[in-house]
Design a protein around this ligand. Structure first.
Ligand SMILES: Cc1cc2nc3c(=O)[nH]c(=O)nc-3n(C[C@H](O)[C@H](O)[C@H](O)COP(=O)(O)OP(=O)(O)OC[C@H]3O[C@@H](n4cnc5c(N)ncnc54)[C@H](O)[C@@H]3O)c2cc1C
Length: 601
């Protein structure tokens, strides 16, 4: 059997599945096992792979290729040469300390090659897209490397940039980009993770010396899980309650040095290691205690609020809720990168599982007949191909989120916060489900570290917890939608933004006779998603009001309506993903990427 035959056969299997054709019996042919040849070695692929890649990766293709080639060139990335091709993958069998050192060596190499140039000192959408593209490539190689960079550039650097002002930018951005200093981001505590407002670290101001004094008042106030803190970080952003003249002004962000340039821990700072984790062992997560640590007044990141030398609290934002929300701004970029990374990891694992399903045979259905290729089993198709379709659709949503983020304006910040929270939760949950299915679809081979999928499960599980626990994010999305609903009802104003405009139109009508072609019609499909979101939003608002009318506070009414809140969060995300996909699809010209008009009609 030639390469061409193999490629045609593979295409035939996939096409039959997508068109829901009954596969002809001739699909079962006596082929020798392991004769599969990967698509990239074939020159007869029925669609233009470069165009497909452009559509999927969306931007900075050359920069991505440049970084791929840098990775392949260095022994630090464990390149292995097999059958004329290079494979790179971190060695997860190494002890934790070795993995942490490997992360730092890789960072030093990439720094030397200029990969991080402009990541903080550059401005504008082009610079941001380059940074995001390079970060995505790094994440496909190793999650620890991406997270360690994410903490340094997106969390520490992002906090300095977005919460700080010129004095902080001048002092810290360049030195962060050059790795003269190493930053971390100490928000979570042992006693408070999702509930950031409840953190217990306390900061007071001493007007005699012009210094802030940061203190960990109790064991549950120790900073916990802080990426980079255990071994390498020299500086941290500290989130703390700020007390001025005995009055709590709420959570604020400060810069504190925790190690000197030789790596010695600073006086009045105590640090401990969080230890081995189920994944991400190339990141040194640590715990930090502050024992009345003194920092200059200028180290308050003061774009949201400031304290004068004499100790007067100053903020243009009078509302404490809005002030708190402003301090969470650095987390948005993290959610964007996590959502995008989840899509890439799903793609990698599906590629591995589907390729395996095109080589592996199990059981014959006739005596002495050929064994059946895994992907010829309808059950195997059912397990993998809908996940492939889903992650394909989610790619467009992730790309759109990135574009929203890099083109943000003060007006779009609210929408970005809600959409990034929704996609972060939905795409990471989908990733975990995809990884589990791919792991099982590869049988025993899925368990082998070298085949990556199993390792991904440990590595990426934390996606659903950090930078906003997914369940908590779902509740926040529903609360935001509730606020839109109430505002629109009270002011008798049409819905505008967040894709809720469909709520202004009459209810879509579902015909009593649903023919096959009607069900496959994309207008009908989006109508169903609109109906579901609309119904859940109305029911959620009614349920919350009902609880309130029985004397519950608004907060407790939200808690009691948790089930509808979670379903609404999912309905919002899935409608937004489908809509983005349909809009993207309509802009792709007919050609090799859109061969199958039948599917859409
Ligand atoms: C590997 C790793 C790296 C990290 N890196 C950093 C870092 O660099 N800097 C940093 O500041 N933090 C970091 N974190 C901390 C992370 O942000 C927190 O773990 C996260 O915010 C969740 O907090 P928690 O662990 O206290 O869980 P909790 O908030 O205690 O949540 C536990 C469970 O309770 C549920 N729950 C919580 N509240 C509610 C509610 N209102 N209603 C219903 N259910 C609820 C959640 O859904 C979750 O399932 C990291 C964590 C990990 C694991």
């Amino acid at each position: 059997m030639t390469d061409n035959d193999r490629v045609s056969r593979r295409t035939e299997v996939l096409t039959n599945h997508l068109l829901r054709r009954t596969p002809p019996p001739s699909l079962l042919r006596p082929l020798p096992c392991l004769s599969y040849s990967p698509p990239e070695l074939s020159n007869t692929i029925s669609f233009d792979t470069r165009e497909m890649r452009k559509l999927m990766d969306c931007h900075n293709l050359e920069d991505r290729d440049w970084l791929f080639s840098l990775i392949l060139q260095s022994p630090l990335f464990n390149p292995r040469h097999r059958a004329g091709r290079f494979f790179v993958c971190p060695d997860y069998n190494q002890p934790m300390e070795h993995q942490r050192q490997a992360t730092m060596k890789r960072i030093a190499y990439l720094l030397d090659k200029g990969v991080f140039r402009g990541w903080l000192t550059g401005n504008g959408p082009e610079q941001e897209l380059r940074k995001l593209a390079l970060h995505e490539v790094i994440g496909m190689y190793d999650h620890s490397l991406a997270v360690k960079l994410g903490v340094h550039f997106f969390l520490w650097g992002g906090a300095v940039k977005f919460l700080g002002t010129k004095r902080h930018h001048d002092k810290w951005l360049n030195s962060t980009e050059n790795y003269d200093i190493k930053g971390c981001f100490a928000m979570s505590e042992l006693g408070h993770g999702s509930n950031v407002r409840g953190i217990e670290t306390v900061t007071t101001y001493d007007s005699n010396t012009g210094e802030f004094v940061i203190n960990t008042p109790c064991e549950s106030g120790q900073k916990y899980w802080i990426g980079g803190a255990a071994n390498h970080a020299t500086h941290t952003i500290v989130f703390s309650q700020l007390y001025i003249n005995g009055s709590n002004q709420g959570v604020h962000a400060f810069i504190a040095q925790i190690r000197d340039s030789d790596g010695n821990i600073c006086p009045n700072i105590r640090i401990a290691d969080c230890g081995h984790k189920i994944g991400l062992n190339g990141v040194d997560n640590g715990r930090i205690w502050f024992d009345n640590v003194r920092i200059p007044r200028e180290n308050l990141l003061n774009s949201v609020a400031d304290v004068s030398p004499s100790g007067e609290y100053l903020s243009a934002i009078k509302n404490a809720d809005q002030r708190f929300a402003a301090f969470l701004a650095p987390l948005t970029s993290g959610r964007v990168t996590i959502a995008v990374s989840a899509v890439y990891i799903s793609k990698i694992s599906l590629a591995i599982a589907i390729r395996y399903a095109l080589t592996r045979r199990a059981f014959s259905i006739t005596p002495n007949g050929p064994e059946v290729l895994l992907l010829d089993y309808p059950s195997h198709q059912r397990r993998l191909l809908p996940l492939l379709a889903k992650v394909y659709a989610m790619s467009f949503a992730a790309n759109e989120l990135k574009m929203m983020y890099v083109n943000r304006t003060p007006k779009s910040n609210k929408a970005i916060h809600i959409v990034s929270s929704a996609y972060k939760a939905t795409l990471t949950w989908n990733n975990m489900r995809t990884l589990q299915e791919c792991r099982e679809a590869c049988g025993g081979q899925g368990v082998k570290s070298e085949n990556r999928v199993g390792n991904f499960m440990g590595e990426f599980d934390v996606h659903s917890t950090f930078e906003g626990d997914n369940n908590v994010l779902m509740q926040q999305i529903s609360k935001a939608l509730f606020a839109e609903y109430v505002a629109s009802q009270k002011k008798k104003k049409p819905f505008s933004g967040l894709g809720l405009e469909h709520m202004n139109k009459p209810l879509p009508v579902i015909p009593s006779q649903l023919t096959s072609s009607y069900i496959r019609n994309s207008e009908f499909q989006i109508d169903l998603f609109h109906l579901r979101e609309r119904d859940l939003l109305r029911r959620f608002a009614e349920e919350v009001s009902e609880y309130q009318s029985r004397g519950e506070s608004k907060e407790s009414a939200f808690i009691l309506s948790y089930q509808l809140a979670e379903e609404l969060g999912r309905a919002f995300s899935e409608r937004a993903i489908l809509k983005t996909f349909m809009e993207a699809e309509s802009t792709v010209p007919a050609g090799s990427l859109k061969v199958n008009q039948i599917i859409a009609c």
